[in-house]
Design a protein around this ligand. Sequence first.
Ligand SMILES: Cc1cc2nc3c(=O)[nH]c(=O)nc-3n(C[C@H](O)[C@H](O)[C@H](O)COP(=O)(O)OP(=O)(O)OC[C@H]3O[C@@H](n4cnc5c(N)ncnc54)[C@H](O)[C@@H]3O)c2cc1C
Length: 393
Amino acid sequence: MTIDLFETPERLALAKVTADFTTREIVPSLSQWEDDELIPREVHQALGRVGLLGVGYDESVGGSGGDSIDATVLTEALIGAGASGGAYASLFSHGIAIPHIIDAAQARARVGEQADADRLIERFVRPALAGDKIAALAVTEPDGGSDVAHLRTRAVRDGDDWVINGAKTYITSGIRADVMVIAARTGDVGAVGISLFAVDTSAPGFIVTRKLRKMGWNCSDTAELAFVDLRVPNEALLTPEPGGGFASLARHFAFERLSLATLAYSTAARCLDLTTRWVQQRETFGRPLMSRQVVRHDLVEMYRKIDVARTYARSIVCKHTAGKTVLLEAVLAKNTAVAACDEVVDRAVQLHGGAGYMRDSEVERHYRDSRIIGIGGGATEVMTDLAAKLLNW
Ligand SMILES: Cc1cc2nc3c(=O)[nH]c(=O)nc-3n(C[C@H](O)[C@H](O)[C@H](O)COP(=O)(O)OP(=O)(O)OC[C@H]3O[C@@H](n4cnc5c(N)ncnc54)[C@H](O)[C@@H]3O)c2cc1C
């Protein structure tokens, strides 16, 4: 059943378009982008033109249609054809930002504020899905990322405006984003005091304080930000007060975590692919590595871990697409896929020997890139703790 849903003719076609785009437009330039620590904007626009940025978004907001299964198929195909985790993070950073803007537009339309709703879509969502604007989400702060409920950036009402002061860090696409969804405290301490704002990054007071250099995801720009008397109009406030910001973040965390699970098992699957090819042609002591039983057993273990992670994550994506609440399952899927990926990328580098330790070997990049998946979007320990809470333990 799950397999059928992932292999309908339309989804096989989506996978092919994605793989073709990746082979043609991403793979040949990836090493250069890694050195430049940036992906050219034209790549966002090219992805937008073929409709891939809009997969999973309704056509009424500028998307290409489809659902969470389609978005999963896209990620699998992108990584399977040789893109990197960093390219995925950078090109699809809108995926963690614009759902909050779409929610706000829908809420305004429901209460008859159609003009306001349309403005949000036209100004931020359509251009992001077309690749003309880059969108990002700023939640994490220098004082801590895991404890979202205690963030300190503050927004204070001043007449018809809000004035935001604070700092954010590790923000994907933060260097060149045009629109930033910012989490800021508008009320009391804890989760209830948090709101989300959609901010045009050209506004005075929005400052990129530092470009951050990283272990992996090098082609993805990452920023530290400061907001100094950043003044935004009231319509920038996306969420109902009080506490609407945390609720909106929590609502979208489930699919964000499933997307990271997909990234993890897809990275592992790509590494297994590369390793299987390598051990067939690499000879040691007069025989191909593949001829050694211990190597074949290693490959089978890699395959098993990936298949368990993929089968579980895909089944939860199906439940999510059917409208079921999957908070617990998304957490478990992420931790399962991260564990599989960590082990598989390590074995992939090992079986490549010195070649796997060389910069520009693909498994070396996946080894570095994948390390973040168990930290970002909820660290593994924090996910396990959340699972215990959701199980009432
Ligand atoms: C490359 C990259 C891209 C990112 N992109 C974004 C982005 O676009 N937007 C954004 O808002 N954020 C982003 N982040 C931030 C990311 O979400 C945070 O790094 C993550 O949530 C962890 O927060 P922290 O780094 O402050 O770690 P901390 O909260 O300081 O935790 C440190 C470590 O302590 C452990 N730990 C924490 N709490 C517990 C606990 N209760 N029990 C046991 N162990 C615990 C975990 O191992 C954790 O990794 C990004 C980070 C990176 C590195």
